[in-house]
Ligand binder design. Structure first.
Ligand code: SIN
Ligand code: FE2
Length: 215
């Protein structure tokens, strides 16, 4: 664990390396929020949030959508990346340039250069929604990190180890926070604890996360 790193004269927001390959950029997205929220709203208008099914026939508590060349989907046949939104039969909305560029910048700040994301999964949590412990392993090249932006209600992120039974630590993710995990941490198990009820000024009773990937 490293100590907090402040930039010159406090010009840079708080950046914290939590473990090898895990970097929390606290409040990093705050200054770009109007453009981010506009871009996310545009995407969700074209590809609305929906609750997907698991192969086991369960309905996920999180609603999802995607933008980019590839989108992550789950249905009775299992989960995978797909070029098309199964709900519209159309390609997923293009990834807004502002989001692609920010994801690249954040990855570089965490030490991962040349991160050109081609898939962004948008997760929407309401009070009680959660995401169970899992690995992100459907991508081809694990040299690229996962970059996660949190919007709206706070959530506790569970960060486990490389084995499912490894102990987890919990990390509070708040509106505007960016979490980057890659390198030796790329395949660490992770998840989201049930989101507590609340009201956020911009998003209302929701937490939305954007996870940028190179699929
Ligand atoms: C995920 O692991 O796909 C979601 C993480 C999050 O919502 O912050
Ligand atoms: Fe994940």
């Amino acid at each position: 664990m490293q100590t907090d790193l402040f930039g010159d004269a406090g010009l840079f927001p708080l950046q914290q390396q939590l473990a090898e390959g895990v970097c929390l950029l606290s409040g990093q997205a705050e200054s770009s929020m109007p453009a981010i929220w506009q871009a996310v709203s545009d995407v969700l208008q074209q590809a609305p949030l929906r609750q997907m099914q698991t192969a086991g026939g369960h309905t996920m508590s999180v609603s999802m959508s995607n933008c980019g060349d590839l989108g992550w989907i789950s249905d009775r046949h299992g989960y995978r990346y797909s070029r098309k939104d199964p709900q519209t039969g159309q390609p997923w909305p293009a990834m807004p340039a502002v989001l692609k560029e920010l994801a690249r910048t954040w990855a570089a700040q965490a030490g991962f250069d040349n991160f050109v994301s081609n898939a962004c999964l948008i997760n929407c949590y309401q009070a009680g929604s959660k995401m169970s412990l899992h690995q992100d392993r459907d991508e081809r090249d694990y040299t690229h990190p996962i970059v996660t932006l949190s919007l709206g209600l706070p959530a506790r992120f569970m960060l486990g180890g490389l084995l499912r039974q490894d102990p987890c630590c919990k990390l509070l993710l708040q509106h505007g926070d960016v979490l980057v995990f890659g390198g030796p941490a790329r395949l660490r198990f992770h998840g989201i604890m049930p989101v507590a009820d609340g009201e956020h000024a911009l998003l209302g009773k929701r937490r939305i996360s954007l996870t940028f990937r190179r699929a």
